[in-house]
Design a protein around this ligand. Structure first.
Ligand SMILES: [Zn+2]
Length: 307
C-alpha cells in the first residue's frame, strides 16, 4: 500500500505566493553572477548559462547525487552503517510500498542529535547521532523508523521536493546575503555606533525610496523593493510553507501507523516554541503544535501520549 501525502487545505494561496516571490532572489542571484563574472566581458554569459543549465539536471537521479555529494555536508553510508540502517529503513520503506532503491541514503557525520533530513526527490541523510543511538540501543528501532518515515513523507511532498532546485537558483543571492549579515553582526558586536546605525536603517531606506521616486528612478525603486521583499517577506512565506510541509510529513508518519513513536521522538527532542516574530520566521512548528496537530487529526489520544 502506498501512503499518499494528505492534501493540505486546497484554498491555500501560500504555494503560488511562495513561487511568485522566488522570482526576487532568482533575479538577484542572476545579478550577483553578472557582477561577480563581469570581468569576463562578453563571456559573462558562460557562467550564467552553466548556472541555468544545471537546474534541470538537479531533477535527475545523477544530478541530485552529484549535488548531494559535492555541495552538502553529507557522505555515503559505510558498510557497517548500512547494515545498521537496512532493517529500520527497509521497514519504513516497505510500509510505504517503496523499494530500497527508491531512496539514496547518506550520513551527516558531524551531527550528533537524533535527526534526519530529506533533499530533492530521493535523498535522505541520517545524522551520526541517529546511527550511534541505534548501535548503542539508546534509540528504539521503531522510533528511528518514525523519523525516517517523516523524511520519506517529505520526499513525497512536491513543495519539499522543489527545495533542491530553489536552493540552487537562489543560492548566489542568499550566499551574498549571509556574508553581509555576518559582516553587519560583526560590526554591531564591535561598535555601539554601528548598532545605532542599524536602528536608523528603516528610516534611511524610507528616505531612499522617497528620493528615488522623486527622481523617477523607477528601476532603482523596483530593485530596492525586490531586495526588501527578499529580506523581509520571503523568509516569512518560506517559513509558513516549511511548517505546512512538516505537518504534512507528520501526517504521513501517522498514516503509516507510527504517530505514537513520532510523538515520543519529538518530545525527546522538544523543539522550544518561539514566541512573537520568532514563531513567524520558524520553519519548524514547535513540538507542542506538532503533537497537537496529530491529536486533532485523530492519530493520537491523550492515553497514547501518556503511555
Ligand atoms: Zn521535516
Amino acid at each position: 500500500m502506498v501512503i499518499a501525502i494528505p492534501k493540505l487545505r486546497p484554498s491555500s494561496i501560500l504555494g503560488p505566493i511562495h513561487c511568485a516571490l522566488l522570482a526576487g532572489p532568482i533575479v538577484e542571484s542572476l545579478g550577483v553572477l553578472v557582477l561577480t563574472f563581469g570581468w569576463l566581458g562578453p563571456l559573462v554569459c558562460a557562467p550564467v548559462t552553466v548556472w541555468l543549465l544545471v537546474t534541470p539536471l538537479l531533477r535527475t537521479t545523477v544530478g541530485e547525487r552529484i549535488f548531494l555529494r559535492t555541495g552538502r555536508d553529507v557522505r555515503s553510508l559505510s558498510e557497517n552503517e548500512r547494515t545498521l540502517l537496512v532493517p529500520v529503513a527497509g521497514g519504513a520503506l516497505s510500509r510505504c510500498g517503496f523499494d530500497w532503491d527508491r531512496v539514496d541514503w547518506y550520513v551527516r557525520s558531524r551531527e550528533m542529535s537524533v535527526n534526519a533530513y530529506a533533499a530533492g526527490r530521493r535523498s535522505i541523510a541520517v545524522t551520526q547521532g541517529l546511527l550511534l543511538g541505534l548501535a548503542a540501543g539508546a534509540l528504539a528501532p521503531e522510533h528511528a523508523r518514525a523519523v525516517l518515515l517523516h523524511e520519506i513523507g517529505h520526499l513525497e511532498d512536491p513543495s519539499a521536493r522543489r527545495r533542491l532546485i530553489v536552493t540552487w537558483l537562489t543560492g548566489p543571492w542568499y550566499f551574498v546575503q549571509a556574508v553581509l549579515v555576518f559582516v553587519v553582526r560583526g560590526l554591531v558586536a564591535m561598535s555601539p555606533l554601528a548598532k545605532g546605525g542599524l536602528l536608523l536603517l528603516p528610516i534611511a531606506t524610507a528616505i531612499a525610496f522617497v528620493q528615488l521616486a522623486r527622481q523617477q528612478a523607477w528601476l532603482s525603486v523596483a530593485l530596492l523593493l525586490t531586495v526588501l521583499t527578499t529580506v523581509v517577506v520571503n523568509p516569512l512565506v518560506d517559513a509558513a510553507v516549511g511548517r505546512r510541509a512538516e505537518f504534512a510529513a507528520d501526517n504521513f508518519v501517522a498514516r503509516a501507523g507510527s504517530a505514537r513513536q513520532l510523538a515520543a521522538v519529538l518530545r525527546e527532542r522538544d523543539c522550544e516554541s518561539r514566541g512573537g516574530l520568532g514563531a513567524l520566521y520558524a520553519r519548524h512548528p514547535s513540538t507542542a503544535r506538532r503533537i497537537e496537530q496529530l491529536t486533532a487529526a485523530g492519530f493520537l489520544t491523550i492515553q497514547s501520549l501518556d503511555g
